[in-house]
Write a protein that binds this ligand. Structure first.
Ligand SMILES: [Fe+2]
Length: 256
């Protein structure tokens, strides 16, 4: 198994930046670049130099740091082919099924459109880690800004197929608000009740709730639990397609 160190740090008001260092080669990648100065500070704190930026999608709170970091570190920017024109400084365009190496660590690209049309996620199968940007959040999911509800559901369903112990890194700390909403959709879910208490304690002591784990999300995240009989019953959607139930939950969250 490769020797990989992952450093997550808060950025902007509620984003997370992440640095990944392959220990064998010393190569370092930033997952998105919300703000150059904050990524620089994280690199300096670790004593690392930046080799790559792996962009998940074009939104400014994920790409604002691209050009300044590239100028300073001469790093290679990898990002989604389907929205390459909107990714500042992109050098290499990737899409579903592509693979590349961060030193000795293999990276696989998954198309996960919906939040934006070209959104991609990066999966590191050898170490059981996925960086999913604004597709999935702890107890939540991204807003369906550019795509359709069906498209977003299919992206979440793809992530749900990853190994259950996969650590999921996401773009934002929205978990406390997500927990309040999740409890309106599946209040009888005991695993969710317990998790909501843990999240409250973590945030009260200023700790991050991320990364999360896929199996925990499968047990508690209402956006992934469209086949839960309690949820189907509460929504009155027996016989509806999975993506329609997802869409209803997403609409309710938009209004929450
Ligand atoms: Fe976004």
């Amino acid at each position: 198994m490769p020797d990989v160190e992952i450093h997550q740090f808060p950025c902007l008001s509620d984003n997370y930046g992440v640095l990944v260092r392959d220990g064998v080669s010393g190569k370092v990648a930033a997952i998105d670049a919300p703000k150059a100065s904050e990524v620089e500070a994280a690199l300096a704190a670790k004593g690392w130099k930046l080799d790559y930026i792996l962009t998940t999608h074009h939104h400014a709170d994920h790409t604002d740091g691209n050009l300044a970091l590239k100028e300073r570190h001469r790093c290679t920017i990898i990002g989604p082919r389907a929205e390459a024109a909107k990714i500042p400084g992109i050098d290499r365009q990737v899409g579903d099924g592509d693979r590349f190496d961060l030193g000795s660590t293999q990276v696989r690209v998954l198309d996960t459109p919906g939040h934006t049309l070209g959104h991609i996620s990066y999966w590191l199968p050898q170490i059981g880690v996925a960086f999913v940007g604004d597709t999935m959040f702890a107890l939540g999911c991204g807003r369906v800004v550019e795509g359709t509800m069906e498209m977003m559901w299919n992206s979440l369903a793809k992530l749900m197929q990853l190994p259950p112990a996969t650590a999921i890194y996401e773009g934002h700390e929205y978990t406390a608000a997500n927990a309040k909403f999740a409890l309106t959709i599946e209040p009888e879910n005991e695993a969710l009740q317990q998790r909501a208490r843990e999240i409250e304690a973590l945030r009260a002591s200023g700790k991050p709730t991320l990364p999360t784990r896929l199996d925990l999300e499968l047990a508690t995240n209402p956006f992934l639990r469209v086949t839960s009989p309690a949820i189907v019953k509460r929504l009155g959607m027996a016989g509806a397609k999975d993506w329609q139930i997802f869409g209803e939950i997403r609409e309710r969250k938009n209004r929450f």
